[in-house]
Design a protein around this ligand. Structure first.
Ligand SMILES: Cc1ncc(COP(=O)(O)O)c(C=O)c1O
Length: 463
């Protein structure tokens, strides 16, 4: 592919008035047309063109009414669609994606070589294996229990190995069923709300407040240190809580998590704690909810190797469901979750499980931490950039996400402005819930040169 790096000529300089998506109306003097490096790309097949198909036949099956409640696309495919549309408009643009939060750095060899060995063994009579235990291989369950939960009262058989945290969010929802009520941080990772809608736990989307009926949105803003005021939160059956948080990057303190566990206990709720970014923490806030006394009676924890070892494509995560966690009739939640896992899932890939086990070996763990350290360095560069431009910036210290405040502006408008003028894809904060309005999330997952280039373009745009 020929790479044609050139400065945009005046005719191709990105103008401040040509937003592809949502035309901004209140440009201020901070925003300028800037010149950016462009790179020639090959033909892009993934387009947002309307898909005109003649409907020749309709089944008699009515659409799942819960699916019909969902708003537009799931956030990240929507961003990918807008990125593709942008590439159609600017086929030469060197687009940098700091949007969906996908990892970019190679998986350390000590980990891939374990997967290679396992894959090769599958070609031999002695090394071949088919279906494994639905809950995961014993050595991996034991290694997860001892690496992440030693002295926390979590045992090997409390661990359910999965193909990633996202699938387990949905499998938990299936286990809870459609009659439970749920609470989420606002803003939060969209899979909690969307899976709840799909399960039929919610009412319709209310456009005026940008919320689904029957979900308790726990507002998390700079004013409350990104921790909900629990005295104003209504009781729900299930509480989804993510710390360090995607998208705000904030991590709850030991005191805050103690309050949360006590709140769940007082209300007889189940806390689903998402710790997918725990190893990104710089301070000594808890890495696991099970560090909090009493949590085993009220909490489930989901986690993943996706953002630790670059396993977003390999797919390997886990969920901890302690034996002590019981439904109101005394039935163990773990037994129902086990039933769901056995019914809906046939176990994680054996090759991926060998990779995960290698992640937990001393060399693998060290290599994984180096990858995390690399992304943390990226985070610092992004935080410093926005700080130097005078923005209020949150997150970044305990998670690979930087949460940038654009007071009084619409997140989608800022997203479009940044994409249009810098060719950098970010994520609009409002995509994570109404509490994210006015913010944009910048992901630190990227090659160093792309992070530096993106920051250079941010500086040109907002200086
Ligand atoms: C908070 C949170 N939970 C879960 C996931 C999904 O992780 P996995 O790749 O293991 O499905 C993500 C991915 O971005 C996430 O940000």
């Amino acid at each position: 592919m020929s790479l044609m790096n050139h400065q945009l000529s005046s005719s191709s300089t990105i103008s401040s008035s040509s937003s592809t998506f949502l035309a901004p109306t209140d440009f201020n003097s901070r925003r300028k047309s800037i010149k950016v490096q462009v790179k020639k790309f090959g033909a892009c097949k993934c387009v947002a063109a309307p898909h005109e198909e003649k409907i020749a036949f309709k089944t008699k099956v009515s659409r799942n009414a819960n699916m019909a409640k969902l708003q537009a696309g799931y956030l990240f495919p929507e961003i990918a669609r807008r990125r593709a549309a942008h590439l159609l408009k600017y086929p030469d643009a060197k687009v940098i994606s700091l949007g969906i939060g996908d990892t970019t750095e190679p998986i350390p060899e000590v980990i891939t070589s374990a997967m290679e060995k396992r894959a090769n063994a599958l070609s031999t009579l002695e090394g071949y294996s088919g279906y494994g235990a639905e809950q995961g291989e014993k050595p991996l369950r034991a290694a997860i229990a001892s690496k992440f939960y030693s002295n926390l009262g979590i045992e090997e058989d409390d661990i359910f190995v999965s193909d990633g945290a996202k699938s387990d969010i949905s499998r938990l929802q299936v286990a809870f069923g459609s009659n439970v009520t749920m609470a989420v941080q606002d803003p939060s990772y969209p899979a909690y709300v969307d899976s709840s809608v799909i399960m039929g736990q919610t009412g319709q989307f209310q456009k005026d407040v940008q919320k689904y009926g029957n979900i308790e949105y726990m507002r998390c803003t700079p004013e409350n240190d990104f921790f909900p005021d629990l005295s104003k939160v209504s009781r729900t059956d299930v509480i989804f809580f993510c710390s360090p948080n995607n998208p705000t990057g904030s991590a709850a303190s030991r005191e805050q998590l103690t309050q949360l566990v006590q709140f769940a206990k007082k209300n007889g709720s189940i806390l689903v704690y998402d710790s997918a970014y725990a190893l990104y923490m710089s301070n000594d806030n808890p890495r696991s909810i099970f560090e909090i006394p009493g949590a085993r009676q009220v909490a489930i924890e989901i986690s993943s190797f996706s953002k630790y070892a670059g396993f977003t494509g390999v797919r390997l995560g886990w969920t901890v469901v302690p034996k002590e966690l019981l439904f109101s009739d005394g039935f163990p939640v773990a037994k129902d979750f086990n039933r769901i896992v056995c019914t809906c899932f046939n176990g994680a890939s054996n090759v991926a499980q060998s990779g995960a086990l290698a992640c937990l070996s001393p060399e693998g763990f060290k290599a994984m931490q180096e990858v995390i350290g690399f992304y943390k360095e990226n985070t610092k560069i992004i935080v410093e950039t926005f700080n130097s431009l005078g923005f209020k910036v949150y997150g970044g210290k305990n998670a690979p996400y930087v949460w940038v405040h654009f007071p009084g502006r619409s997140s989608w408008e800022v997203f479009s402005e940044v994409l249009e003028k810098t060719h950098v894809v970010t994520t609009p904060g409002s995509g994570f819930g109404p509490g994210g309005e006015g913010f944009v999330r910048v992901s630190a997952f990227g090659h160093r040169e792309n992070i530096l280039e993106a920051c250079k373009r941010f500086k040109q745009l907002y200086k």
